[in-house]
Design a protein around this ligand. Structure first.
Ligand code: GH3
Ligand code: MG
Ligand code: MG
Ligand code: MG
Ligand code: MG
Length: 313
């Protein structure tokens, strides 16, 4: 009756047994030793300490009546904790068969299940396994939910933010800049004659060039900035607390870094250049992220017409 670790090579799940009686501890260790790796605490205070030090604990089984901190108090502390891990920890309480007051209180305090003393080995293992598996399934669901949410805002080629994320973040950033009268700029960048790179060296080389540009943009930006690929060979940066001058300086640094980059395809060094348009909230006539990007796009168009490999502010 093993709790079926998802891979054969995985170590046994870690279980914390909280019990002040040595006899019960010895008995439970014998029952559970083959199925779980056991940690032991003799009261709630010790249990909390062990929980804090061992984030990989998968399940807790606790006695109710213990010195220093009871099982009830431990439950309350676990359910009130900040970290999602402890908060959602499966906790099974041990009570005596006749003690339904303790049992009901434990449920009110957030226990997942109970088992009555004297403890039946088969029932103990079965109940623990149910809750261990359930908790594991919840963890997996939460992980895939997070991965999906990330996917929805990530550009699959460059791993930058995608167009959708740029507009989501941009909408929030415009609201903040308006409310706090703070600086906000956007920088729109388009690779020059990118079609030629594709046509001459192939689509894979074109993809590599996109990655090179993406990495330069990431290197040159701050963590507060949103760096996005918003079209085929078009990138946009959302720059909070950045004024027109700061944005122009950054744009020129990016332009020259990309121009200097030695992009190698086979045995050739292929020059890449970009054109950039910028716009600043509160300075340019724009009330929304769409309008701000529109201003930057008009300037990008001017930069292209003026001969490319340049910025227009
Ligand atoms: P300009 O200097 O005016 O910007 O010229 P350009 O050639 O860069 O612009 P154009 O819009 O004519 O061509 C963009 C090309 O980008 C066309 C398209 O096939 C290519 N492209 C779009 N997405 C991708 C992609 O994900 N990978 C690759 N390799 N190419 C892409
Ligand atoms: Mg006790
Ligand atoms: Mg174009
Ligand atoms: Mg282009
Ligand atoms: Mg383009």
């Amino acid at each position: 009756m093993k709790p079926e670790p998802s891979k054969k090579t995985e170590p046994l799940p870690l279980l914390l047994l909280v019990e002040d009686s040595q006899t019960t501890t010895a008995l439970l260790s014998k029952y559970l030793g083959h199925t779980y790796r056991l940690l032991h605490a003799k009261d709630g205070v010790q249990a909390w300490d062990v929980l804090e030090k061992n984030p990989d604990i998968a399940i807790v089984i606790t006695d109710i009546h213990m010195p220093n901190m009871s099982g009830h108090q431990l439950l309350v502390k676990i359910r009130k904790s900040d970290g999602a891990h402890h908060k959602n920890m499966p906790v099974i309480v041990m009570t005596t068969a006749e003690d339904n007051v303790d049992r009901n209180l434990a449920f009110l305090n957030g226990a997942n299940d109970f088992i009555t003393k004297p403890i039946d080995e088969m029932e103990l293992v079965a109940r623990l396994n149910v809750h261990y598996r359930l908790a594991r399934t919840i963890r997996e669901l939460e992980a895939s939910k997070k991965a999906l949410a990330e996917q929805a805002t990530t550009d699959s080629l460059t791993k930058l933010k995608n167009r959708r994320a740029f507009f989501e973040n941009g909408t929030k950033a415009v609201a903040l800049a308006r409310r706090y009268v703070s600086d906000l700029s956007v920088l729109l960048l388009d690779i020059d004659h990118f079609k030629k790179i594709n046509d001459t060296y192939g689509h894979a080389a074109g993809d590599d060039a996109l990655m090179v540009v993406a990495n330069i943009l990431l290197e040159m930006s701050r963590t507060e900035d949103t760096v996005a690929r918003i079209g085929g060979e078009e990138f946009a940066l959302l720059l909070p607390d950045t004024n027109r001058l700061g944005t122009a300086v950054l744009a020129e640094r990016i332009r020259s870094a990309i121009e200097r980059e030695q992009f190698i395809v086979g045995d050739k060094i292929v020059p890449i250049t970009v054109s950039i348009g910028i716009a600043t909230f509160g300075v340019d006539p724009a009330d929304s992220i769409d309008q701000l990007l529109g201003v930057a796009d008009n300037r990008l168009y001017l930069a292209k017409n003026a001969g490319r490999n340049r910025i227009c502010v």
